[in-house]
Write a protein of this length. Structure first.
Length: 157
């Protein structure tokens, strides 16, 4: 009798685990622009798991005007940054509160390795809004914001 009870018990456990719903994941696409940079565009893909922002899957900027030390070449710059983790921690813009924060690595570059990127931002819990600071640098002292090195951005979706 005991030999039959073990397989039945294991089958019941397996069935209950299989019936449990998995944590759902979804990706939201937010679009926006960089303040003080007309014609610029941001496309940010935020992955949510279990209802909370989990990671930034990609952060793309397009048609960003820039200046350089000395002679500034004409044109605009574009690039895409790979994944960044979203953590619930002190809000960098209001340290008394907590927020869903994401940062680029200290030595973060675009996927093609051509542009240095510095991102500090927050995303709301529903992943419908994000805002923060974006800094880009490349070449001979070229950046999108010559005064502070960082440009404010917002995106919604």
């Amino acid at each position: 009798m005991k030999k039959q009870a073990l397989p039945v018990f294991a089958a019941v456990i397996l069935a209950s685990v299989a019936a449990a719903p998995p944590a759902t994941a979804e990706t939201r696409t937010l679009t926006g622009s960089i303040s003080g940079n007309p014609g610029s565009k941001l496309i940010i893909k935020v992955q949510r798991v279990g209802g909370d922002p989990f990671r930034i899957k990609s952060f793309a900027f397009k048609r960003v005007a820039f200046t350089c030390f000395g002679a500034t070449p004409s044109g605009r710059i574009s690039g895409t940054v790979g994944p960044m983790r979203v953590n619930k921690e002190a809000n960098p813009f209001n340290p008394r509160t907590k927020a869903n924060v994401y940062f680029s690595d200290d030595d973060q570059t675009t996927i093609d390795g051509e542009i240095g990127v510095f991102i500090t931002a927050i995303v709301n819990r529903k992943a419908t809004r994000t805002s923060g600071n974006l800094g880009i640098s490349f070449g001979d002292g070229c950046s999108a914001a010559p005064d502070t090195g960082f440009s404010r951005f917002t995106a919604t979706g």
